[in-house]
Design a protein around this ligand. Structure first.
Ligand code: BV8
Length: 257
C-alpha cells in the first residue's frame, strides 16, 4: 500500500513520529505473542494470573508464571526489522523526533541498539520492589525470599517490573501530549486488546494513523487512516523509507528557503 506522505501536516519545526508496538513486532524474533493461536495466554485468563489482585492474593502463582516467561528461549535479536526501526530514528535525528512506545516487556530493541524505546508495560529485565518502589536489574528468577537491594524487603516484595492488569502503565503523564503533537502515528503488531494503549489512536491528532497487523480487520478501528496487513518485517520497512524520504525532502526545502 502506498501512503501519500505528501498529505503530511507538520505543524512543528521539528516533526514527531509516534510508534506504538506490541507482541507482533517481536513475533518474528521468536517471542510468542499473547493472544495468538500459539500465544502465551492461550490457556490463561490474564486477569487471573497477570493482575494486581493475583499478585496480592496468590503471589506464588504469579511468580511461577513469570518464571515460565523467563525460561522462554532467547529471542533472535538482530532481526532486520528491529535494526531498521533503530536506523529509522537514528537517521532522522537531525530533523525529526521518533518516539517508540512498546507494550512489550522483552529487550529486543535494546539488544538492537535502540535504548530509546519506552516500555509502557514495564520490562522483564528489571525488578520492582513493592515496598520502596525502586527498580533495579533482575537477578535470577523470582522467589519469595529475594531481598530488595535498596530497602531489604523480601517475602515476594521483589517482583517483575511488569505492569499487571489493574496497575498504572508507565509514561501516561507525557504520552498524551506526544500523541497530540505527533504528525504520524503507527500501531505495529498489537491486537488492540489492552487499554489504555488501545485508545492511543483516539488520542492522537496525527493526520496519518497507520495500523500494521499480520491479520486483516481483527479489531478494525475507524480512527486509522490506513490499515496495512502482512508480517511487519515486510510491511513496515517500505513505509518507514517513504516517510524518511518525505521528511528529509521537507527538511531540505526548509533549509534552502
Ligand atoms: C490500567 C503484563 C489504570 C504481563 C500486560 C480502559 C482504560 C484503561 C484501562 C482499562 C480500560 N478498559 C479495561 C481496562 C483494564 C485493563 C485492560 O485493558 N483490560 C483488557 C483485558 C480489557 N487495563 C489495565 O489494567 C492497564 N492498567 O488500566 O491502569 C488506568 C485507568 C485509566 C487510565 C489509565 C490507567 C494495564 C494494562 C497492562 C497489562 N499487562 N502484560 C506480561 O506482559 O507478561 S498486557 C499484555 O497485553 C502485554 O503486556 C502486551 O503488551 C499487551 C498487549 O498485547 P499485544 O502486544 O497486542 O499482543 P497480542 O498477542 O494481544 O497481539 C499480537 C498482535 O500482533 C496480533 O494482532 C497479531 O495479529 C499481530 N501479529 C503477530 N505477528 C505479527 C503481527 N503483526 C505484524 N507482524 C507480525 N509478524
Amino acid at each position: 500500500m502506498n501512503i501519500d506522505f505528501g498529505r503530511l501536516i507538520i505543524n512543528d519545526s521539528r516533526p514527531l513520529v509516534f510508534i506504538l508496538s506490541g507482541a507482533g513486532l517481536s513475533a518474528e524474533s521468536g517471542i510468542p505473542t499473547f493472544r495468538g493461536k500459539d500465544g502465551l495466554w492461550k490457556n490463561l485468563y490474564p486477569s487471573e494470573i497477570a493482575s494486581d489482585t493475583a499478585l496480592k492474593e496468590r503471589p506464588e502463582d504469579v511468580f511461577e508464571f513469570t518464571t515460565s516467561e523467563s525460561e522462554r528461549p532467547p529471542p533472535v535479536c538482530q532481526t532486520p526489522l528491529i535494526l531498521q526501526l533503530h536506523n529509522f530514528s537514528s537517521r532522522l535525528k537531525n530533523y525529526c523526533d521518533v518516539v517508540h512506545v512498546t507494550q512489550n516487556v522483552d529487550n529486543l530493541n535494546e539488544l538492537a541498539g535502540s535504548p530509546s524505546v519506552f516500555h509502557l508495560h514495564g520490562d522483564f529485565q528489571s525488578s520492582l520492589c513493592s515496598r520502596c518502589k525502586n527498580t533495579f536489574p533482575r537477578l535470577g528468577l523470582y522467589k519469595k525470599d529475594n531481598v530488595c537491594p535498596v530497602c531489604g524487603a523480601s517475602d515476594y516484595s521483589v517482583r517483575p517490573n511488569v505492569v499487571l492488569f489493574g496497575e498504572m502503565p508507565y509514561g501516561l503523564d507525557w504520552i498524551t501530549s506526544y500523541l497530540k503533537k505527533a504528525c504520524v502515528f503507527m500501531s505495529v503488531g498489537t491486537s488492540g486488546a489492552v487499554y489504555p494503549a488501545a485508545n492511543f489512536v483516539l488520542d492522537t491528532e496525527a493526520a496519518i494513523r497507520i495500523n500494521f497487523d499480520i491479520e486483516t480487520g481483527k479489531r478494525k478501528n475507524a480512527r486509522f487512516t490506513h490499515e496495512i496487513t502482512g508480517p511487519c518485517s515486510q510491511t513496515l520497512p517500505p513505509v518507514l523509507e517513504a516517510l524518511k524520504e518525505e521528511l528529509s525532502s521537507r527538511f531540505e526545502d526548509q533549509k534552502n528557503k
